[in-house]
Design a protein around this ligand. Structure first.
Ligand code: ATP
Length: 238
């Protein structure tokens, strides 16, 4: 499979000591790669560095072979790299529809309508609430809206920061089921940051484990769906 994203020896520092360092990983076209680790392991920092939201102190980021290490967030969005922040950050007083329009503001009207229909076809829960203010949606629906807004930009690479955060287990499952549908429908690649081990191995192809800002190891997600292998990986890495 061809490689969409390649990270080489990435480091990010917020102060004197690095928050993450020595991070190297690869995301194939149409692949889903997950970063798992505890609070403060550095998962969000890796995503933000890819998205151009925090400065890199070392390393390179390549998108489809092109060096985008120094590319700013706006240009990365145009190149198809879209970040969905932890905590969703939708605009509560705007309607579902208006939030979606924000994600596709740069598109012509016809493309925007087509993308909106695609998004609401995947997230059927929010389709009937298109005119409701976003704050009225449940946590799970708000997460779907945040992902839907990102899909409006037509990403090649979706960077998803802890979509399960603050959601009841049933809603987590629903959001992750939709991720599988998005992959099938749009063929985009995903970098998923999570603490929810069980759900992550359901949707990912490859799982990287992070601790203290460093990668500890990488496992095939399909193997980890076996309960014994999952227990062993939890004991080894988390
Ligand atoms: P969480 O799930 O809690 O977001 P995480 O694995 O995503 O955890 P990061 O948020 O990437 O971890 O944080 C990695 C380290 O960098 C932590 O020690 C954190 O305190 C520190 N850090 C993160 N953001 C900043 C910031 N803006 N300024 C200073 N330090 C930061």
């Amino acid at each position: 499979m061809t490689e969409l994203l390649r990270i080489e020896d990435l480091a990010v520092s917020y102060g004197p000591s690095p928050a993450v360092s020595g991070i190297s990983l690869s995301v194939p076209d149409r692949g889903t790669v997950a970063l798992l680790g505890a609070n403060g392991a550095g998962k969000s920092t890796v995503l933000k560095a890819i998205a151009g939201l925090v400065p890199k102190s070392a390393g390179r980021v390549l998108l489809a072979g092109e060096d985008v290490t120094a590319t700013d967030t706006r240009h990365l969005v145009h190149a198809g790299v879209v970040y969905v922040p932890e905590g969703r950050e939708i605009v509560p007083n705007l309607s579902v529809d208006e939030n979606l329009v924000l994600g596709g503001f740069h598109l012509d009207g016809a493309t925007r309508r087509q993308r909106r229909d695609m998004v609401l076809g995947i997230f059927t829960e929010i389709a009937s609430r298109a005119l409701s203010p976003a704050w009225r949606l449940s946590g799970g629906e708000q997460q779907m809206l945040a992902i839907g807004r990102a899909l409006m930009a037509g990403p090649r690479l979706l960077l998803l920061d802890e979509p399960s955060l603050g959601l009841a287990p049933l809603l987590v499952r629903r959001v992750f089921d939709r991720l599988a549908a998005i992959r099938a429908e749009t063929g985009l690649a995903i970098v998923l940051v999570e603490q929810n081990f069980r759900m992550t191995v359901r949707v990912a192809d490859t799982v990287h484990f992070l601790r203290g800002g460093r990668l500890l190891g990488k496992r095939d997600a399909v193997e980890l769906r076996n309960p014994a292998a999952m227990d062993e990986a939890i004991a080894a890495y988390l």
